[in-house]
Design a protein around this ligand. Sequence first.
Ligand SMILES: Nc1ncnc2c1ncn2[C@@H]1O[C@H](COP(=O)(O)OP(=O)(O)OP(=O)(O)O)[C@@H](O)[C@H]1O
Ligand SMILES: [Mg+2]
Length: 247
Amino acid sequence: MAEIYFDHVSKSFIYGLKRQTVLQDLTLEVMQGEIFGFLGPNGAGKSTSINIALDFIRPDSGMVRIRGESSNEAKSRRHIGYMPEQPRVYEQLTPRELLEFGGLTSGMSYGNIREQSEYLLEKLELLPFIDRPVRTFSKGMKQRVGLAQAMIHDPEILILDEPMSGLDPLGRMLIARLILEAREKGKTIFFSTHILNDVEMLCDRIGVLHKGRLLYCGAIQGFQKDFKTLEEAFVKEITDRTAGEKA
Ligand SMILES: Nc1ncnc2c1ncn2[C@@H]1O[C@H](COP(=O)(O)OP(=O)(O)OP(=O)(O)O)[C@@H](O)[C@H]1O
Ligand SMILES: [Mg+2]
């Protein structure tokens, strides 16, 4: 059974007098223990898909199942650790307090929270700042706190919306290591990104979304074909598609 199953999901938004189709019949399975990269140009519908999986918004048709449970059910989110595109936290709080808050809302014991906080903050090189208010942090540091929050309850499934954006190569490496370690523990990771180097380094499979349609789903090699890099293949595929649509 898939850990995350997008089952014929369609979504349109009405803005002003216009209706815009944002997702068209998206069907996609993310399997247990894999790192799945969700790619697509700006506006392709990646965040919308993720928001549907977390039940922040509802699809017009189709559904998402998390470990077999409808994403409409609150209990489906017990298994999920989620990091939004722009993590927003109570900035007057410190990482210790934020993780305690997150851990308690997930029903963890204080001992467990302390252990997991120290593990995550150490891995993310934030341990020296555990008692400093987040408002004093740089963007990259805030981003890393966002990931620690997503992982505090040691979830089985991580859904990360552009976890690497805005990070320097070192910060990306720290996050990449945590993601790889999570996979070693059998966790499932589904993340959207534009940083194709990271995708090459991390992902077992990718899904490529363009204008709300899934263009490709499978191993990186199948999409990259004879191109030297995934980036080249991506740019070619998307520019060809866009040119084809205009013609
Ligand atoms: N609440 C909304 N109301 C109207 N249109 C929306 C809304 N949310 C998203 N959209 C539209 O849906 C489309 C897909 O947006 P989405 O944020 O899912 O893209 P994305 O693939 O995550 O892009 P990016 O890479 O820039 O994060 C865009 O055209 C966007 O304008
Ligand atoms: Mg997005």
